[in-house]
Design a binder for this molecule. Structure first.
Ligand SMILES: [Fe+2]
Length: 188
């Protein structure tokens, strides 16, 4: 399977937007966390998150239907291509694998958590609490682009309680930020 380093190289080959790359890093963070929770392959889950929006910049209206052709031939497992292909369909009952369900569930919620960190006075990841995320989640004026219904649907598909889901994503992002800062990178 493709290494994380090669996957990151691929991502930056097709995506130039700094904010989109950071979104992919945040989704990677949440995917890695869920892999640990489920006892699944952390690298496989992380790479799925990292590459999930690879066709977005080139094909914003057709995303994610072009991801498969971009990624084919790069030694990426079918399960990853399948999960990426199915994450864009909002109401879809074809997400069968845990990988696909997890990707869909963490995508917009990861954006939401990052949006919250952005409005913190010091943009600090330290002490991001479930309580504050829940409060912002109920505030419809905040991060309007994040469809709350889709976040809720993701938790239902994953068969996890919504607030437990939020806590897992918060933990994944906070932990990954600490790791990335050692690599000279950041999620924001
Ligand atoms: Fe995404």
């Amino acid at each position: 399977m493709i290494t994380r380093e090669v996957a990151y190289g691929l991502l930056t080959e097709y995506v130039s937007s700094d904010s989109l790359i950071k979104h992919c890093l945040a989704v990677e963070a949440s995917m890695r966390k869920y892999a640990k929770v489920y006892g699944e392959d952390v690298e496989l889950y992380g790479i799925t998150g990292l590459l999930h929006d690879i066709d977005f910049e080139q094909y914003p209206d057709e995303h994610p239907t072009h991801a498969r052709s971009i990624l084919q031939g790069s030694d990426i497992p079918e399960s990853v291509l399948d999960a990426i292909e199915k994450h864009g369909k909002e109401h879809d009952n074809t997400r069968e694998s845990l990988l696909a369900k997890t990707l869909f569930a963490v995508d917009s919620l990861s954006s939401f958590v990052i949006a919250y960190v952005h409005v913190r006075p010091d943009k600090s990841f330290e002490g991001v609490s479930l309580k504050s995320i829940k409060k912002k989640f109920k505030d419809k004026a905040f991060a309007r682009a994040v469809n709350r219904d889709l976040v809720a649907l993701g938790a239902v598909e994953l068969d996890i309680e919504l607030y437990e889901h939020m806590q897992t994503v918060i933990d994944g992002i906070v932990e990954r930020q600490a790791e990335l800062s050692h690599m000279g990178m950041s999620l924001i």
